[in-house]
Ligand binder design. Structure first.
Ligand code: SF4
Ligand code: SF4
Length: 256
């Protein structure tokens, strides 16, 4: 499930879940508040969220974005960011909530998986990530009355968050580097980044049509994976964005 506010300012106002400490929580159809939190959300969708959701739904990126996302750009650096569009009803319900629960559970966004934790991450001086966790205990949430205890690591694993955080942190690191370098995307670059990260199915065609590999040092094995597997293509897209926006990427070099 999910919550409304995961901003750094909000998270810093909460007590940190220290390493080795646990929290009691469980969410299931038997809790009185079941589904209560799946509406009126400001739920940001990362590129990996969009990829997983639209593949699960069987939508191409154009259809998914048209039907479910509001796109804007982040303040400062001007990178694209998408938000899940709530339904236009009195509860502003999530379009995927049903009486029996989340209809996209296998591919639900990272923010829904993370709750009731909040996760703050920042880049260390060597480019690694430092993580902090907070328990976001909302008054209406009865899940905290359940007995099951979790450490942050157990929760992340149970919710399948490792793969989400890995890709999302990569995007965050690129934005952090851009911010530090004083880079602000112009409209052309913003559109390129949006294509690469949020429309991976169309980016594959761009890579083929524009012979992108001709100018880059990419092994044949990796090229084949990029053209056949959208998750591999998103990993490549992040490297490519890093290269075109920041001028260098650890994982992708121009041919010499
Ligand atoms: S227990 Fe909490 S997370 Fe689960 S449905 Fe209720 S409010 Fe949402
Ligand atoms: S995607 Fe699923 S878990 Fe997330 S808000 Fe919508 S219905 Fe709830």
């Amino acid at each position: 499930m999910s919550r409304k506010d995961t901003t750094e300012e909000f998270l810093n106002s909460l007590p940190e879940l220290e390493e080795g400490k646990t929290f009691a929580f469980s969410c299931h159809p038997g809790v009185k508040c079941f589904n209560a939190c799946c509406g009126d959300l400001h739920l940001m969708l990362t590129p990996y969220d969009v990829l997983r959701l639209r593949k699960g739904l069987g939508h191409d990126s154009k259809k998914f974005i048209h039907n479910h996302a509001d796109v804007s750009s982040t303040s400062g650096v001007g990178f694209p960011m998408a938000k899940l569009r709530m339904l236009d009803n009195s509860k502003r319900s999530c379009p995927f909530v049903r009486d029996e629960g989340c209809s996209v559970y296998e591919n639900r966004p990272g923010a829904c998986r993370t709750y009731p934790l909040g996760r703050a991450s920042q880049m260390d001086s060597e480019g690694g990530m430092i993580e902090q966790f907070f328990v976001v205990q909302e008054q209406h949430c009865r899940g905290f009355e359940e007995k099951k205890e979790w450490s942050s690591g157990e929760w992340l694993k149970d919710q399948g968050l490792e793969e989400y955080n890995e890709v999302n942190d990569r995007y965050m690191r690129i934005m952090t580097r851009a911010r530090k370098a004083g880079i602000v995307l112009d409209e052309k670059k913003l559109n390129m980044v949006f294509l690469a990260l949020y429309q991976v199915d169309n980016f594959v065609n761009f890579v083929k049509d524009m012979n992108v590999f001709v100018r880059l040092d990419v092994s044949e094995e990796r090229q084949a994976a990029i053209l056949s597997d959208e998750e591999a293509c998103l990993a490549f897209a992040l490297d490519w964005v890093e290269l075109i926006v920041l001028g260098s990427s650890e994982n992708l070099k121009p041919k010499v």
